[in-house]
Structure formats: structure tokens, C-alpha cells
Design a protein around this ligand. Sequence first.
Ligand SMILES: *[C@@H]1O[C@H](CO)[C@@H](O)[C@H](O)[C@H]1NC(C)=O
Ligand SMILES: *[C@@H]1O[C@H](CO)[C@@H](O)[C@H](O)[C@H]1NC(C)=O
Ligand SMILES: *[C@@H]1O[C@H](CO)[C@@H](O)[C@H](O)[C@H]1NC(C)=O
Ligand SMILES: *[C@@H]1O[C@H](CO)[C@@H](O)[C@H](O)[C@H]1NC(C)=O
Ligand SMILES: *[C@@H]1O[C@H](CO)[C@@H](O)[C@H](O)[C@H]1NC(C)=O
Length: 750
Amino acid sequence: MEYQELLRAFCFYSLFIIFSQQSQLTYAGKHLCARDEAFYLLQFKQELRVVSNSEYCDNKGRTKNLSWNVTGDCCEWDGVTCDGFTGHVIGLDLSSSYLWGTIHANSSLKKLGHLQRLDLAFNKLGEFPLGNNISELSSLTHLNLSHSGKTLMHIPQVLSNLSKLVSLDLSWQFDIFQFGQTTFTSLLQDLTNLEVLLLDNVYAPFELPKNLSSSLRYLNLQGTGIFGNLSESQIFHLPNLQVLMLGDNPLTGTLPNFNWSFSGSILELDFSNTDIFGKVPDSIGNLHSLLHLNIRYCNLSVSIPESIGNLTAIRELRLPRNSFTGNVLSTISKLNKLVRLDLSFNQFGGSIPESTGNLTAIRELDLSANSFTGNIPSTIQKLNKLSYLFLSSNNFEGSIPDIFGNFSELDALAFESNNFTGPFPDSIATLTRLKLLELQNNSLTGPLPSNISGFQELQTLDLSFNYFTGATPPWLFHLPSLFSLYIQHNQLTGKLPNELKSNYVEYSDIDLSYNKLQGEIPDWMFSTSMGRLDLSHNFLTGFEKQVWHSRSLQYLNLENNFLQGTLHQSFCDMINLVFLILAQNNFSGSIPDCLGNSNSFISILDLRMNSFHGEIPRFLPIGLQYLGLYGNQFRGQVPRSLVNCTSLEALDLGNNKLNDTFPIWLEKLPNLQVLILKSNLFHGSIGDLESEFPFPELRIFELSCNGFTGTLSSNIFKSFRGMMDVDEEKIGITRATNETRTKQNNAIFS
Ligand SMILES: *[C@@H]1O[C@H](CO)[C@@H](O)[C@H](O)[C@H]1NC(C)=O
Ligand SMILES: *[C@@H]1O[C@H](CO)[C@@H](O)[C@H](O)[C@H]1NC(C)=O
Ligand SMILES: *[C@@H]1O[C@H](CO)[C@@H](O)[C@H](O)[C@H]1NC(C)=O
Ligand SMILES: *[C@@H]1O[C@H](CO)[C@@H](O)[C@H](O)[C@H]1NC(C)=O
Ligand SMILES: *[C@@H]1O[C@H](CO)[C@@H](O)[C@H](O)[C@H]1NC(C)=O
């Protein structure tokens, strides 16, 4: 290319001038970079393109070589390191430089023969075919290609030539296809000086090696697909081993006995998400220096040995999602350097001992989903560096101690699904950084605090399924960062505020069902961000405005209130509605025709027990799964378009004034489980079924109190396959809606 030729000429020319100047400076005692190396660097700069940082997840990078130019000493260039004595370029760090392109076999990079450290991590490089003559880079001791893009399959063999390598990082290279057993073995045999090897998230399934280079200090094989039996490997016995990460692999076997002579120097072990089983051996206590132990998602069981109390250096202990039992907390409470403790999803029992207050360095504590019991000791107060505290799904009881006043770092607090009693701990409401608060499914009582000084960053607040009483405090609706508010199933009273302090209500999910709320539904609840609104089972009597304009709303449940009036035309603006439940109110008027608009997404439409009248719209949403019109005053016919609603599972038209013949044509609906026509003005004979398997899923069929005549052929029942194979799980549509409906349906059907 002409442009490149020009460029090359330019480089040669300018370099010549500069290096003539530099050679004088060299006399001043400072070594400047060799002129040929500066030239190769500039050439290498031309080989790769710089892409916009928008293609990268993090844009923290900086294109280091962008500033390289013919002026100045290349040893001063960003990312370049020279040997202080010889002036040769020995280090090149172009990590996170937004580089894109291919380093070809003839790349100038390879001419930097003194290079010891090469870091190209976090770029988008196409290939790395340094070919068979990689020996030119044989001085390399550190090579980092982590996250650098595709790398060619030959890379392992090529690397075998780099016998001085001490550190090799190939992690997160998705396209090393043939990194198989032999290449891996030979790589490790040839690289006898290797101390650090990272292959994590390079898919290269090979059998866990029995023998490895004894110089290895840091080995990360997470998510490589290696397999084999952990107990049989000698991998642990490497004399210099400090870090061993084998997680996310199909490894089997048990944990080894940690009783070899070097076990005391191990710093980090990770076996998470493997198939290892059995118990944690007593010898775990020999790992005096251990800082991190991660055994998430394995099949380990039984109790943890007391000797774990010997791991006095440990900072991080993660054992979630195994089947551990026993009472381990008093032993673990000795490990006072712990920063992260995760015991969640096991069967640990016992109570939290007072001594847990010794874990004063702890930042993340997760005991959720176990069988812990007892009260929360107030010594927990000392753990005020906590940012996560999860005690959910245990059998804790007593009141939640009101000790959170100086937990200024707390981000998430989850105490849900326990047997906590007593009041809402006021000090929680002073937490300024809290993003998640989950206290649901307990037996908390009393009022919510009337004023709060924290919660500025709260995003999710769940107080549902408790016994909170008193007025709904206005702050609940003024939280500046909140998305989700769940207060359902309490005994809160009062009105919902119409006026909002801030103009930017971004709540997208509100559930206040099963309380004792009164008054009107404020207009802001139909704001543009709202996705799910459940105000069912309250004492609400109306709307601030009759206009329902939320285009984002997908789920609207106003069931069982005292709401009345007609459905305003603006109802049709709620174009994303999927669930619409207005049952058990006093709505009247007719249903707007827009409901049947072919682009309506409504699948659950429950208008039962109101005073709607007129005809059922001729067209209904095609994706309808449930249509409940029971207990209104609908007249006319069953709309024939229902035959197209092939997802329909339940059709409840009972207790209206429908005047039609039996809708025999519904026999073709493949998913219909419930058909209720009772107490209408249906008439005539049932007619002859046409299909071989009519009503294939039907389980509930109610025709009583109509004017049907003729005989009901027993064939009709014989053919209802659905009724013969009653699968409790499958009954009900109810699954698709909510438990409330189950109860109601049962009541209606019984
Ligand atoms: C050329 O390099 C010098 C120092 O190495 C730097 O200050 C200058 O900004 C660079 N010029 C360009 C155009 O990048
Ligand atoms: C280097 O090799 C590539 C691909 O083989 C080729 O396109 C390019 O022209 C070569 N560059 C030089 C300077 O020879
Ligand atoms: C490789 O580079 C990445 C990104 O700079 C870094 O996080 C990683 O620690 C490096 N690997 C080694 C072994 O130093
Ligand atoms: C293990 O490797 C060492 C050299 O790293 C070698 O001397 C020894 O024979 C090997 N052992 C086996 C069983 O392969
Ligand atoms: C390790 O723990 C056990 C049981 O707690 C104890 O008997 C033993 O002395 C401890 N060993 C060391 C080296 O601390």
C-alpha cells in the first residue's frame, strides 16, 4: 500500500534525525533506547488499529501506544520499559489499549529480541501466529494474553520454545481449540521455570495432570473443562504451590489430606462448582497460611471439622450450596480475620453464639437457607463493617436487635423467612447506603417508623407477610432510588398519598395487596415507569383520576376493593398489559372494544364479580389464557373468535345473561381445562362433538342453571381425557395467575 510505504519512509527519515541527536545525549550518562528498537516499536504501532472504547465493557483503558512518535526517547514512551543499563526494550505493556488486529508472523514485535515482559491483555487481537520462529522472543519471562481475543490453536507448541517463561497468562481466550492433553503436558514439561500459569476460562478439556513442574506457585485452571479424580492427583504436593484454582470443572473424588510438608504455604484454594464429595478432612487445619477457601456448589457433606478453627489467617471462607450439617459457628467465630463468610444453602444448625461478635473485620456474612435457630445476639453490633448481612430462610426467632445505627457500610440486609417477632428496628431506617432490605415472611408487628433518615439508596424494600399495623407512612412512596416495594399481607391502614415530593417516581413494581388501605388510587401509580401494580384486597374506593395511561404497565391487579365506575377509554392506552385483574369490585359499563385489538398482549383477564354489562367484545386478545367474566350482566353470545385463542385454559362465563347455544366449537381448544357456563340463558341441545378427542384437557365443566335441552350423551364424558388423568400440578390456570384465584375458583366450583 502506498500509504504504508510513505509511512515507512517517513519513519526511517525522522528516526534517523532523532537518533543522531540522541546519541549525543547518551554521553550524558543516561541510556536511551536503541534506535532500531524504537523503529520496530513504531512499526508495530502501525500494525494494529485502535478501535473505539465503546466495544469494550469497561472503558478504563488508555491506548498507550497512541502517543508514541518519532520525538523523544522510546524508553519514556507509555508502556515501554528499558533496561537501565543496556537501554534495550525489555518490557512492553499494551494492556487495555483498545487494540484491534492481527500480529502476523513477520511482525516487528518479534524483532524486539530483548523483550522479557509482554502484556497484551484486554485487547481484540485476531491471531497470534508467531510461527515457528518464536525463538526470537526467547528472552520472554512474562507473557500476558489474558482477554486479548482470539488466539490461534498452535500457540501451546509455540510457547514451548519460551523456556525462560516464569509467568504465562492465557486466561479468557475463547478460541484456543486444540489445547488438548498432549500440548498441555508438553507445555508444562518444557516450561520448567514456570511459576504462574493462568488458563482460566480457556476451554481446553484435559485430564488433571498427575505431575506438574515443581516450580509452579500459582495455578489457575478454573473453567477449563479439566476432568479426573482430585484425590488421585499429586497436584497438591508441589513444593512451591500457593494458589490452586480448579473450580468450575467436572472434577470428582474427595478433598485430599492436607498433610504434606508444604501444605502450610498454601494461600488460596478454589474447588467450587465441581463434583467433589465426602467430608472436609481434619487435616484442613494444617493450612495455616490459607487466606481464601472456596468450595461453593459441591457435594460435600457432614460437619466441618473443629480444626477449621486453626485457619487463623483466613479472610474468605465460602462453603455455600453443599450439604454440610452441624453447629459450626462457635469454631468459625475464632477466625477473627474473616472478611467474607458464606455458609448459605446447607443444613448447618445451632444458634449464633455471642462470640460471633469477634469477627470484627467481616464485610460479608451469609448464613441464609440453613437451619440456624435462636435469637440474634446483640454482640452482632460489633460487626459494623458489614456490607452484606443475609440471615434469610432459617429458624431465627425473637426480635431483630435494634443495633444498626453505626452500620454505615451496609448495602444489603436480608432477614426474610424466619420467625422474627417484635417491631421494625428503627435503626435500620437510618442506613444511608442500604440498597436491599428484606424482612418479609416473619411475624413482625407494630407500626412502621413514621420518619426515616436513611434509605436514600434503597432499591428494593420487602416487608410483606408480616403483621405491621398502623398508617402507611408517606416516606414509603418518596424513596428516591426505589424500584420495588412489597408490603403485601400486612395490616396497614390509611390512604395512599396523591402528592409526591419528587417528580421522578421510578417505582416499577408495587405490591400493597392484602392490607386495609382506603381512599383513592393516586394517579402517579399509573406513571410511565410502573410495570406491576398490585393493590388487590384492600378497601380502596376510587381513582384520583379516571385516566389510566401507563404504557409500561404489564400487571394490574385491583381485585377485591370497592372500586366503581366505567373503564375509561384511556384504558386502551395501557398497551403492554398482560395481566388485568379487576375482579370483585363494582365496575360497570361495557368493556372497551380495544381490548380485542390484535396487538393486545393480555393473557389473564379477570373481571369477575362486577357489574359490567353489554356484549362480550367480538374479538378478544389472541394470547388469552384466562377469561373470567363470572358474575356480571353480559348479554348476547359467546364470541366465536375465542376459537382462535388456542392458549385458553379457563373460560368462566357463569352467572351472566348470555343467550346462546352450547359453544360446541370450543371442543377444539387444545388447552382448555375449565369451562363454566352455569347460570346463564344457554339453550338448545349440546350438539354432536366432531373431534376425535374433544376438549382434550377439560377438567372442570359446569353447565347447570341454563335452558339446555335434550340428552347429554355419555360419550361426551368418555371423551374428556383431561378429567381421567387429573394431575394436581396441572390443574389450574391458577399457576399462571395467582394463589388468590385458586382459592376463589375452588370456592366457586365447589
Ligand atoms: C510525541 O511524544 C511526546 C512525548 O513522547 C508527547 O509529548 C507528544 O504529545 C507526542 N505527539 C503526538 C502528536 O502524539
Ligand atoms: C506481513 O505478513 C502479512 C500477512 O502475511 C502481510 O499482509 C504483510 O504485508 C507483511 N508485512 C510485511 C512488512 O512484510
Ligand atoms: C494479566 O493482565 C491482566 C490485566 O491487566 C491482569 O489483571 C492480570 O493479573 C495479568 N496476569 C498476570 C499473571 O499478571
Ligand atoms: C514428575 O516430573 C518430574 C520433573 O518435573 C520428573 O523428574 C518426574 O520423573 C515426574 N514423575 C512422574 C511420575 O512422571
Ligand atoms: C488444630 O485444631 C485442633 C482442634 O481444634 C487442635 O487440637 C490442634 O491443636 C490444632 N493444631 C494446631 C497446629 O493449631
